[in-house]
Design a protein around this ligand. Sequence first.
Ligand code: OGA
Ligand code: MN
Length: 301
Amino acid sequence: MEPTITPLDATFGATVTDVDLAHMDEATWQRVEDAFHEFAVLIFPGQDLSDDAQVSFANRFGEIELLRGDPAAKAVAISNAKQDGSVLQPGEHRYQALRGNEGWHTDSSYMPLAAKASVLSAQVVPSAGGETAWADMRAAYDALDKDKKERIDGLSAYHSLYQSQAKIGHIVKTGAGYGYHNKGAPLRPLVKTHPVTGRKSLFIGRHAYRISGMDDNEAKSLLDDLLDFACQPPRTYTHNWRPGDVVIWDNRCVLHGARPYDYGETRIMRHTRVAGDPASELAPTGRDERASGFEPSASNM
Ligand code: OGA
Ligand code: MN
């Protein structure tokens, strides 16, 4: 059976049916990989993958990024439910991390090695809200006028999870929160060339907070303007999840974010992250050592 690939009503993305992700032959996998490069976001309704099958699927794209540095954590829950069945409360660290996920972002761009791709599947969904949205940064770059392209060409921004959490009022002290991320913020070009397709895209999002060689206020307004412009139709798609759906996105050229929902209801997603290839996803130059941990700065709030 050939997979059926139906483009979304947007500049990117496709729904893929007539495929069983847990049992793909080589020809089918090739179709899926080609579609991933062409569409950047692939929606697979009703797959109902097990944990292991999700990890195996992600593993076809590359090595799994070990979240929290834990070899066992290949598929992690993104959930507002706790072990005892109660839901997270606003004072809790994980609650703030989930709220942070509601901003447009890239996965792991604040790490020295950014992610290649992420796989997300739905287990339990709330009765309203809780969708996930994606935005096409290739089409966003293409849509910029010539002056804007010239202005940003050659600029690089620092990426930090401390800074993006601080923007939503979640203050994490150095060493107290993101252990893997205490050595300064990586610097990444605003315009990224895709290692496979060669297409240019904007590499921005909530973790980007300061531009090398630019006044901080000017950088903030440039980054905010670019993000506002980029994440508009027809460059966006919002997926209304049903349990069993699986989505993979190319973290090198799309942004994503969760949509809010009533945290009184439970939402359980399963996430698997594919590590970036160091040849293309390793932050090229120096770090912002001043950004080790949270550092109050009026322009970043
Ligand atoms: C993620 C993420 C958003 C969501 O899995 O990386 O940002 O909708 N998820 O849960
Ligand atoms: Mn994410």
